[in-house]
Design a protein around this ligand. Structure first.
Ligand SMILES: [Zn+2]
Ligand SMILES: [Zn+2]
Length: 317
């Protein structure tokens, strides 16, 4: 199961840290100023996901570099078209005469379209941007137990909305199977995954066709977590959100404005409280969380904004 924590205080820009049970690394989503993001959390991160590079989502990337330099690992940065050059520009605004090759490598993955990623690398001491080719996929990041896909939304610039999806796992209830556990369990699971009905599986000295034992297995659906940042409250964006995040367990969604400031939201290609709530209801998200509020609101106004979001989750609304 994914764990996700908002690392920015209510008056700060947005930053969310994601990790997964039994997994060693963190994943940083958005690089807004976030005083609750610790040095250790940044150092233990394996990838950074940026929706778009408006300053409130990218300003703290300097701190990420600051804490990661010297970790001698490859860090993946995912973002929209153009982010590779922007990462390089940020890095190049500092002096690096004491840093040597191998201190870190940033691999930058630009999402050009929902099925096309362009890959770059940049490393010390010269920090030249090297093009590493492209791949045709909507899987922007993959680990053994999960993967991340993204859709492009319109916020007057393209912004990426990310979905972390844990792999489904095959489970067996040995106790009610009547058999003893053993090597056959893994063989049966493998056959199930490969759709290999005829595979012979030997259980306690007797041979079975795998398909005869498939009824002992069940598929446990992997967890899902969404990060939807700045986007216009448009029909087109909403249709994409509903499709990509349908029935996700938990989704963080920008709710930049209060309902009464809906016109301002339209003008700035943003969403607003009641609309973000309504979309989360229609997407059947189990745990929707409103985030990323305009700095013009005081704390009590933000409370109201969150109330408006919650009200819109109600099917009667
Ligand atoms: Zn923005
Ligand atoms: Zn923003």
């Amino acid at each position: 199961m994914f764990k996700a924590e908002v690392k920015s205080k209510i008056e700060e820009d947005i930053c969310i840290l994601v990790n997964l049970d039994n997994h060693p690394w963190n994943y940083i989503c958005e690089c807004g100023n976030a005083s609750n993001l610790s040095v250790k959390e940044v150092q233990n991160s394996n990838a950074v996901f940026i929706s778009h590079t408006h300053i409130d989502h990218f300003v703290n990337f300097d701190a990420v570099i600051r804490h990661q330099i010297g970790i001698q690992r490859r860090i993946i940065i995912c973002g929209p078209e153009g982010i590779a050059k922007q990462v390089q520009s940020k890095i190049k605004s500092y002096t690096w005469n004491l840093i040597e090759k191998g201190a870190i490598i940033y691999e930058i993955r630009e999402v050009l379209s929902e099925n096309e990623i362009k890959i770059f690398e940049v490393e010390p001491p010269l920090w030249e941007l090297k093009e590493k080719g492209g791949i045709q996929t909507n899987v922007i990041f993959e680990e053994k137990s999960f993967f991340v896909t993204a859709i492009l939304l319109n916020h007057k610039v393209p912004t990426l909305a990310y979905k972390f999806k844990e792999n489904d796992t095959i489970k067996i209830d040995i106790q009610s199977s009547g058999f003893k556990g053993g090597r056959w369990v893994q063989e049966l699971k493998d056959a199930f995954e490969k759709n290999d009905n005829a595979k012979v599986v030997t259980v306690e000295g007797k041979d079975y066709n795998a398909s005869e034992l498939f009824h002992l297995l069940r598929v446990q659906e992997g967890d899902s977590l969404g990060i939807i940042m700045d986007h216009a409250a448009s029909e087109e964006n909403h249709a994409k959100i509903k499709e990509h995040f349908f029935k996700s367990r938990k989704v963080f969604i920008e709710s930049f404005y209060k309902r009464e400031d809906k016109e301002q939201a339209e003008l700035n290609y943003h969403s607003y409280s009641s609309m973000s709530g309504k979309i989360m209801r229609q997407t059947q998200v189990k745990e929707p969380v409103p985030v990323h509020f305009s700095r013009k609101y005081k704390e009590d106004e933000i409370k109201l904004l969150i109330e408006e979001f919650k009200t819109a989750l109600d099917p009667e609304y």
